[in-house]
Design a protein around this ligand. Structure first.
Ligand code: FAD
Length: 456
């Protein structure tokens, strides 16, 4: 086998596959190494199986609503093993597609754990390969060190492979993976306690979304154990006990550790070559994803910038276009839309109200209502929408939504924000009726104007 390439990519996840295919399309000879399964976190143990589980959970609510719409005899029982088999088949199918895509692009795949064995050299299964450019795209993995005992809990990897639904689950963490699984497991029928240290989940999101999400999780029967430091997790014959700093103990049959992720850099041989790693283990890179050592780049979760699939893909493609097609592209990490797939889901793009206020005067527009479908079926859940607008130039700085279809709606509005849309542009847009999304173009008066803190 040929051992000399133009590019060697470590990791066939979202970023690595995108970069390798794009480089090959520009004529580069590319080798990609994968230690586990082609497709990486997103396809095998992240976004895709999680969303398939979310769809399964959504049926409990849909069945309830159906009764309000005149359907009778609608009921059912969730069989986790049947879902698990169908999910496994779908992930196999997608992995097959990813392998075919690499093959069609002419990228050589080497299965095995890769490490850097010298300048411009990578070792995979005892075989050494050379290339002038090496791309680290090894992603991340669940962290297990936030409190003692977490190693006994499931992580997102195992929860997606469960064949039986636990009667009760302690979900530990307040980030998006924690709230998503809390919502999904509750929807499937588990009794869920969501334990985290802060007062509200989802640090970094707009506080009005965080507060409303907390309320809607509670409304869906999830117990929120917040505002208290977590001390340790213990396992006994009954299940799990989570000890908290105020002396209280939470119990459940199962425990899910969703306290965060760490970059996969251990054992890669990066430090031996002088590549600088940050204190969290991530590869330090510049705006062009260059590491501190010439000839080594890093993209995606291993750099711990914005840990989302589309960002890893954009970084990978920008690297390939710049290095193999002479372009000068940079990924803008400031305006990245993101979604949280709870029930109801939320989605956001741009600045939170607090962030915007720190930059200058702001006008805030809101709309909150019971959606037509929910109201008709006698449900109580509400949809909340918020626009954060620059008080000086009328530009929309942030779009935030909690409610049915929020991720789909915010994805479309992300185009408007990328184009620099103003509130006046929203106002002159004619609504699509009857929809929930139309509320975004029908907000007339601000609910508040803040003077903001003028930038230094
Ligand atoms: P990865 O996709 O993690 O790929 C890295 C690959 O490198 C892996 O296949 C790994 O096996 C391989 N590897 C590691 N070390 C080596 C080695 N030494 N040699 C060879 N191969 C190696 N993002 C979203 O945008 N939307 C979502 O809804 C979403 N949901 C998520 C849900 C969960 C539960 C999780 C865990 C993540 C989710 N994410 C989501 C994040 C998303 O999965 C990641 O941001 C994305 O996968 C990062 O891509 P990557 O290429 O950097 O790394």
């Amino acid at each position: 086998m040929n051992t000399t390439f133009d590019l060697i990519t470590l990791g066939a996840g979202s970023g690595g596959v995108a970069a390798s295919r794009r480089a090959a399309a520009h004529g580069a000879r590319v080798l990609i190494a994968e230690d586990s399964r082609v497709g990486g976190t997103c396809v095998i143990r992240g976004c895709v199986p999680k969303k398939l589980m979310m769809y399964a959970a959504g049926f409990s609510h849909a069945l309830e609503e159906a009764r309000g719409f005149g359907w009778t005899g609608v009921s059912g029982r969730f069989e986790m093993a049947r879902w698990a088999d169908a999910k496994a088949a779908e992930i196999d199918r997608l992995e097959g597609l990813y392998r075919t895509m690499l093959d069609t692009a002419g990228v050589t795949l080497a299965m095995g754990r890769a490490r850097l064995s010298g300048p411009g050299e990578v070792e995979i299964n005892g075989q050494r390969y050379q290339a002038p450019r090496i791309l680290i795209a090894t992603g991340g993995a669940p962290a297990r060190d936030a409190i003692p005992g977490l190693e006994h809990a499931m992580t997102s990897n195992e929860v997606l492979d469960m064949r039986e639904l636990p009667a009760s689950v302690l979900v530990i963490g307040g980030g998006y993976i924690a709230v998503e699984f809390a919502s999904i497991l509750a929807g499937l029928g588990s009794r869920v306690t969501l334990a985290f240290r802060a007062e509200l989940p989802l640090r970094g999101f707009d506080v009005d979304l965080r507060a409303r999400l907390a309320a809607s999780l509670t409304e869906r029967g999830i117990e929120l154990a917040s505002g208290v430091d977590l001390s340790s997790l213990e396992q006994d014959v009954e299940g799990f006990r989570l000890l908290r700093a105020d002396g209280s103990t939470l119990r459940a049959k199962a425990a899910l550790n969703a306290t965060g992720r760490h970059p996969n850099t251990a054992g890669l041989g990066l430090e031996d070559l002088g590549v600088t790693l940050a204190s969290d283990g991530s590869v330090v890179v510049d705006a062009d994803s260059r590491s501190t050592v010439p000839g080594i780049w890093a993209i995606g979760d291993v750099t711990n910038r914005v840990n989302l699939t589309p960002v890893a893909i954009a970084e990978g493609r920008a690297f390939a276009d710049n290095e193999f097609a002479g372009q000068r592209l940079r990924v803008d990490h400031r305006t990245v839309a993101s979604a949280v797939f709870t029930d109801p889901p939320m989605a956001t793009i741009g600045l939170t109200e607090l962030q915007a206020c720190a930059q200058g005067p702001v006008a805030v527009f809101e709309s909150e209502f019971r959606p037509m479908k929910t109201a008709f079926a006698g449900g109580t859940s509400r949809t909340y929408m918020k626009l954060v607008v620059d008080g000086l130039n009328d530009r929309v700085l942030g779009v935030h939504m909690l409610g049915t279809d929020a991720p789909e709606i915010v994805q479309s509005l992300a185009v408007a924000l990328s184009c620099g849309a103003t509130k006046r542009d929203f106002d002159r847009t004619i609504a699509v009726h009857p929809t929930a999304a139309e509320e975004f173009v029908l907000m007339r008066e601000p609910v508040r104007r803040t003077a903001g803190v003028a930038p230094a």
